[in-house]
Design a protein around this ligand. Sequence first.
Ligand code: AMP
Length: 112
Amino acid sequence: MTDCIFCKIAKGESKADVVIRTPDAVAIRDVNPQAPDHVLIIPVKHVDSLNDWTDVELLGALMMLAKEVARKVMIDHGGYRVVLNVGNHGGQTVPHLHLHVLGGRRMKWPPG
Ligand code: AMP
């Protein structure tokens, strides 16, 4: 999608603080971090949300990338949270599917 900010970031057309890049996805630092470490996993392929996603293999690859990110930013041993917001009630603000990897502090439960 031409006007999608995450498409532009994933294609390297917009600036971002990249943690890891693969052919299928990019992991970037969130501009408005909600934890000391807050990284977004953004697939290159544009799909609005989990509701429209069908590629099981790629979704699995995104989760594996989340694990790799946690290791790279050194929150794997302390623990971290992986979040996928879906739609309005889910708190999704950017309509391009993405995972959040949050760590560096103890997370609360239940989430707000
Ligand atoms: P969500 O609310 O689940 O859709 O998450 C969107 C996230 O993207 C928010 O945490 C924003 O802070 C973050 N965000 C929006 N624009 C950018 C950007 N250009 N670079 C990095 N993070 C962004």
